[in-house]
Design a protein around this ligand. Sequence first.
Ligand code: A3P
Length: 300
Amino acid sequence: ASSYLYLFQEFWCPGIAIEGVESFQKYFEAKDSDVVVASFPKTGTTWLIALTFAIVNRKHFSAQNHPLLTSNPHTLVSCLEFKIFCHEIHDPVLHLSTMLEPRLFSTHTPFTALPKSLIQSNAKIIYICRNPFDTFVSAWTYFNKIRSMSLPALELEEAFEMYCDGIVSFGPWWSHMLGYWKESMARPNKVLFLKYEDLKENVNFYVKNIAEFLGCPFTAEEESDGEIESIIELCSFEKMKELEVNISGKLDKFIDNKLFFRKGEIGDWVNYFSPSMINKLSRIIEEKLSGSGLSFNMCS
Ligand code: A3P
């Protein structure tokens, strides 16, 4: 049953995460120094976690002994609903109180379901989203590999219909992105809203942008020392995909680290979408996002 999705507080929550989301809402006390990477699944979470971790901790590690060389990014930043509040940690509240600051977290929980303490504090949220075409393909390939342990794989057409109805982990995807999008408009110092496509096009700009947003801008000396370039290189798809930990390591008993590194491109959806699928998803995007000011670059 943990592989199924349940409509819970107006979003489709994986059964395995329901208890975690509830405990997160009930027990999490945000600190003003907290940093939370938030995302809809398969939109570039792994990359953003790696970049944020590398930016925040840049004084502590050199390029040669960096934890990102030997750890999957998801193990360096605790996911609130899946890890901290989901049985993995015996006493989450005690664990949270002993974490070094700034505490770095990740979450897939929709903005509207975040605990009040996180919304009201000065904790920072960095959100990443991605064009819904590539997100679908990435999610379909990923979840089929995970489902295969307990449930039969979904055909492309069936998964697509569910995706169009919003029935996908933490979906509907349009509500997820619009929740964070609206908050980033209302409180730009609280939520930094990023797009996977923008990062692919100009990661240098966004690495600086993230550092400024978090209140730790790069100094002129760091810039001239190539600090930004070395973070970009450390977190690049090509580099991370080839690390031993991401080739043969496992995140948990169900998930191989390599599943987080597939193609890492903009526009791979053209290899999967029929003309009628293109029409249907384009119409949904237009309908759901119209008037929001949010739009996407679909091709590289
Ligand atoms: P594809 O399936 O299109 O290749 P998430 O991290 O949210 O699960 O998203 C996974 C997607 O991000 C996958 O997309 C994956 O290949 C891509 N990705 C992972 N690490 C990346 C990186 N360092 N740079 C760019 N893309 C990355």
